[in-house]
Design a protein around this ligand. Sequence first.
Ligand SMILES: *[C@@H]1O[C@H](CO)[C@@H](O)[C@H](O)[C@H]1NC(C)=O
Ligand SMILES: *[C@@H]1O[C@H](CO)[C@@H](O)[C@H](O)[C@H]1NC(C)=O
Ligand SMILES: *[C@@H]1O[C@H](CO)[C@@H](O)[C@H](O)[C@H]1NC(C)=O
Length: 459
Amino acid sequence: MSSTTKKSHVAALAFPFASHPNVLLHLVQKLAAAAPNVTFSFFNTTISNQKLFSTIKLHGGYENIKSYDVHDGAPEGYVFSGNPLDPINYFIKATPDNFKKRLEEVVDETGLKISCLLTDAFLGFSAEIAKELGIPWVPFWTAGPHSLSAHLYTDAILKALASAGGAQNEDRTLEFLPGLSAIHASDLPIELLSDNLDQPFPKMLYNMILAFPRAKAIVQNCFDGLDPTVTNDLKSKLNQVLNIGPLVLPSQESSFKLEDQFNCLAWLNKQEKSSVAYICFGTMLTPPPQELLALTEAIQEKNVPYIWSFQDDSKLPMLKEFFERTNNIGKVVPWTPQLEVLAHQSVGVFITHCGWSSLMESIACGVPMICRPFFGDQKLNRRVIEDVWQIGVGIKGGVLTKGGMLSALDMVLEMEIGNKMRVNIAQLKECATKAVAENGSSCENFKILLEIVTSSQDE
Ligand SMILES: *[C@@H]1O[C@H](CO)[C@@H](O)[C@H](O)[C@H]1NC(C)=O
Ligand SMILES: *[C@@H]1O[C@H](CO)[C@@H](O)[C@H](O)[C@H]1NC(C)=O
Ligand SMILES: *[C@@H]1O[C@H](CO)[C@@H](O)[C@H](O)[C@H]1NC(C)=O
């Protein structure tokens, strides 16, 4: 029986922090466009479900995606304490019951049984929900293959580090793991190294790897050619690893294009080729004041044209004078259509926190990076960018200083090593472009994924 003659109903469960829900929604949009007759229900916490979904509506359709709010677990009257872990811990404590309750309500409301759970991989408890419902669980790992592999090898890593003097032994490398020999202990996410499984977040991640064997397939926003050793090792350990990235390429997906409301592209049109530094540290945080100042001093001294996606209003006053003084070479905006900015020929370097989605976009556009990683998988990504792929550089000492920034800018924009980076990233870009093209590995994997998530159960 064809998959569309029965009603399929895919429930997508988000991990509502940083760019996680946005990336999952992106995947859901792609699937929904490819399977217009399948219903997709997107579960996320309340705060900006509405905002995101109103922008989608602007860009035509997706009548088959509906969003549903789940409880965020925060106590009545909760006021953000300033510690980003607090909302995460509240949320984790509310799982899985908040999702289960909402799923039941939605089945009642729509009269449609759920036929597949497509979830952020962090939500490992979904394996159990899927089992109870008798449907497949498909986790989406929104970060990269190296960090996925490191999580899978958590036990082996902790054991090796313990015998080598603990995680304090920062220079210890993971040469005993396939494809991870360049990674140092100090690059690993702190949650992975935590042996305190009473803490909600480390416990959630550990439960995730225990749940992976029960996944029907594991989806990643990367492509097979990116790191074959790690990818092949993952494929040998997990049921079905489907690399379907990059999720977006600048040349396609016009329906995902977002409004350039601050006229970034017009401004870029007036700049010289490969001259501009694009600065964005992601949605979660802004570097501390002294680092911001160091960055501005370096930019000013070198007179580098810049476009800065700056989202933290509380730190704007501090830089106001800099922004005014440099408005002949710079543009500061609260938001950019990042992919199109990176794809613009004027952009020569991306100053980034090394979040995985940003990294994939940089590769998709062939722009080398200067890295200031903060947490999670970001340090590990920096290591791979600099030491494995050689498509960017970290900052000496790991934090933004004027001297460190000046030398990183020199390396990428002026020195021979910068040319080498551009050649390397152009090769990855070509490989990415082939992967998503017809018959490419990501394109074929997407078809397999589509078949898994849209086929209804009782066939
Ligand atoms: C979707 O359903 C409509 C009406 O039931 C049908 O005509 C159409 O062929 C279906 N489209 C796809 C892509 O299956
Ligand atoms: C999901 O919820 C979080 C927290 O409320 C919000 O920041 C995010 O924008 C939402 N994402 C989507 C895709 O709805
Ligand atoms: C894709 O593969 C099919 C079947 O092998 C072939 O007919 C087609 O020409 C290929 N398309 C491209 C763009 O290579």
